[in-house]
Design a protein around this ligand. Structure first.
Ligand code: PA5
Length: 467
């Protein structure tokens, strides 16, 4: 079970002058009844569809059967998607398969395929992926909830032509689409070309879809325990039923972040896991928090321009990069550490041995000898958290027992639930993203999409002040 340590959000645990006053907790707890009621009401109205993803035994069976049949018959899985249709699969791969997955040989990957996720239309990345992958041995999973996103569909057109060129009419057997059950261009293509499909529940938005077939299929194809993911996620949902804020970790996390932002101007919310394996979970969180909470209008339609800025960091690497800013810069941040108790097999740091004939190692390194890399990583997290507290910087820690599918499933669901609660505290809709529409329209107009002629032509003109 994930534990949330939150004492270092409070002034009395920091330098005495920064941080939330402890009395604020009681006020937040008293207001939580209304927040919980609002979330329950909206869940009832179908807004928070992602909670229900813990109950999809049939989908898990379908995905597992599909993955067993097809996954191991292919050397490569290529995912085409963007935003919520790509970040979750990447987070699962990094967290739950061994590091450098694609660089291992078949045996090293336990005969599961490599997984490449193309989430951009950078021609260099696409060319490189298609040059490396053998079209006869690839399964291409095209993921798009709307079934029509420009970047994903452009990738699809390129990849489909590449497949057809190599395989002729057998191309469709190398494709599987994950998309809306009824709507969109992908659905149409699937019906006419006989492409296999999996459906994304209509009430689950893109950035809340990692535990739907969007994330589960790529994960299952590389051997991740998808039932374990959902078992962990279920625990997060169960804990979020608590009406007492202090017993509801996702709600408490959201409340404290909201209070830190609105009371103290701590509008930068950092997620800093102390393990490389959660690096892409931090990237996934960044999209979830940013796209969900950054809004022009509130629920009443008033112009508010709200939203905290999420930042992804990684320990211990960022101790030599962003931590200087976290320690001494403006008091505008909350740092969330993710610390894992059991990181798996450790690497001991060998003793400094005197080897006859070679120069002895400098004695100043002897403090490292006899410890381990895992120990150093843990001590660095503890030291950074304590140092931030001494400098008056708010932080909290998500403590995971291990990096099993169960723990990671709980972590992902925890964040999704926390984002929903944060939406309620900020008074905005965490499930829409109207702010990206204008850029899309200008792109369509520039690319000549019928119906968008002349839209925002002048706005799309390049900046003329260039030096
Ligand atoms: O969270 C979201 O809704 C977005 O980030 C989408 O995931 C992203 O725009 C991709 O959309 P689609 O899955 O429709 O291609």
């Amino acid at each position: 079970m994930i534990r949330l340590a939150y004492g270092r959000m409070f002034r009395d645990a920091l330098d005495g002058s920064h941080g939330l006053p402890r009395e604020r907790l009681a006020e937040l707890a008293a207001r939580f009844g209304a927040i919980q009621a609002e979330v329950r009401r909206r869940r009832g109205a179908g807004d928070y569809g992602f909670y229900k993803l813990v109950d999809q035994a049939e989908t898990v069976q379908e995905i597992t059967a599909f993955a067993e049949g097809l996954g191991q018959a292919h050397e490569d899985v290529l995912v085409l998607g963007i935003g919520g249709s790509a970040l979750g699969a990447r987070a699962l791969l990094t967290a739950l398969r061994k590091p450098l997955w694609n660089e291992w040989d078949d045996e090293g990957r336990e005969f599961f395929p490599r997984l490449t996720i193309l989430d951009n239309v950078d021609p260099g990345s696409v060319r490189a992926a298609l040059a490396r992958i053998d079209p006869r041995r690839v399964l291409v999973n095209v993921i798009s909830k709307s079934g029509g996103t420009a970047e994903t569909m452009a990738q699809y057109l390129v990849v489909h032509a590449w497949l057809e060129n190599a395989l002729g009419s057998a191309a469709h057997r190398h494709l599987v689409f994950t998309t809306d059950p009824e709507r969109g261009a992908l659905r149409e293509i699937a019906a006419s070309d006989g492409v296999a499909t999996l459906s994304i529940p209509p009430d689950v938005g893109g950035r809340y879809s990692v535990l739907s077939p969007v994330g589960l299929l790529p994960a299952a194809l590389v051997g991740v325990d998808v039932a374990g993911l959902l078992a962990g996620a279920r625990r997060a949902v169960e804990r979020a039923e608590a009406d007492d804020l202090l017993q509801n970790p996702a709600a408490l996390f959201a409340a404290l972040h909201w209070a830190a932002d609105t009371d103290l101007g701590a509008h930068i919310h950092v997620l800093m896991p102390y393990t490389d394996r959660l690096r892409d979970v931090a990237e996934w969180y960044r999209q979830l928090w940013a796209e969900s909470l950054g809004k022009r209008v509130d629920r009443e339609g008033r112009e508010v321009h709200r939203g905290p800025t999420p930042v992804a960091a990684i320990g211990a690497t960022d101790q030599h990069s962003q931590v200087q800013l976290f320690m001494e810069g403006p008091f505008d941040k909350v740092i969330t550490f993710a610390a894992v108790d059991d990181l798996g097999p450790d690497v001991p740091i060998p003793p400094l041995k005197d080897v006859p004939g070679s120069r002895p190692l400098p004695a100043e390194l002897s403090y490292l000898a006899g410890h381990s890399l895992g120990e150093l990583l843990r001590v660095e997290y503890e030291a950074t958290s304590a140092a931030l507290a001494q400098m008056g910087r708010m932080s909290c820690t998500l403590r995971l027992r291990d990096l099993s599918a169960d723990s990671v499933g709980e972590l992902l669901m925890f964040y999704q639930i926390a984002t929903g609660y944060a939406g309620a505290w900020y008074g905005i809709d965490p499930f829409d993203q109207p702010g990206v529409e204008l850029g899309k329209r200008l792109t369509y107009a520039a690319m000549g999409r019928p119906g968008y002629e002349g839209q925002g032509r002048t706005a799309a003109e390049p900046d003329r002040d260039v030096v």
